[in-house]
Each structure stands twice: as C-alpha cells, then as structure tokens.
Write a protein that binds this ligand. Sequence first.
Ligand SMILES: [Zn+2]
Length: 77
Amino acid sequence: MTRLQKFLLGLLPPDRRAEAEAESRRWKVVCAACGQATSIWDMGGVRYGATGRSLTWGRCKACGKRGKHRVERHETH
Ligand SMILES: [Zn+2]
C-alpha cells in the first residue's frame, strides 16, 4: 500500500476501508493499444463510490505507448 492509499483510506471510517480497497481493485485501467488491464489499486490509487466509465490518458507500463486508457469496473478480478 502506498502512502497516498493509506492517507485516502484513513479518511474513511474503519469498517469501510477493506471495502474501498476491494472497490479500487475492481476498477481497471485498460490500455487502448495493447489491452493490458491494471487495477487502480495496483497503480497506487483509490477509487470508491464511483460509477460508470471514463477515459484517462497516460503511459502504459506494458507496451510503453502513451495514449488513451479506458477506466472500467470489473465485477471480478
Ligand atoms: Zn499498452
């Protein structure tokens, strides 16, 4: 867990922290170029209480390409 994640989870009531971690693991950032999916949690982030889909820009760790990444919620991981 990163310091940022500890900080963000610390803002939540203790009984919600495990849930927020699980939720963050369900959110995946998917590279448009190679299809590599990385969870928000594994990228050092926290996403909790959000719905829907969004797009983000960044550099893919798998293929090294800079570009569009989809942010999707997966029910299982
Ligand atoms: Zn990629």
